[in-house]
Design a protein around this ligand. Sequence first.
Ligand SMILES: [Cu+2]
Length: 172
Amino acid sequence: MRRLAVLLVAAGLLVLGGGAAAVYAQSSVTVAMREFAFDPAALTVSAGRDTFNLRNIGQFPHNVHIEGNGVSVDVKPDGPVAGGDSFTGAVTLSAGTYDIWCPVGNHRDQGMVGTLTVAAAGAGGVAVQVPGALPRTGSLDDGLPITQASVAAGLVLIGAGLFLRRRATLRR
Ligand SMILES: [Cu+2]
């Protein structure tokens, strides 16, 4: 009985770890830039060092400027990304809501604007958050239920393990 309890807790932690890793992976986001829009225009990452993959699929140079909560920075600090080029850069961000726009010419006025939501790590040390925009391979938010289910499954397994262990202890 005791061995089963330990096994359940271990399995729970493993599942939980998988869920947390999936959440952590969402701290990287891909943004397509073109005349004159970001796709997606609403980005979500988690607090910390976040990787931005900028893909300029347009012809004009573009960039992503991040503004808010004391931050004012271009993702590519030394100038815009040329048409057809890509750039990957990291920015350290704390939780909050930020405005993003293209700092080139009047692109901001022409519609190259968006929002960036930086979600805090959840209480209890497990980062559970709702990504609004992931690098997309399918439809939006496809990956989310899996992450939440995995975290929930992990918690259930741990709960069952602890319960069994307590019962085993009481029986002695
Ligand atoms: Cu632009």
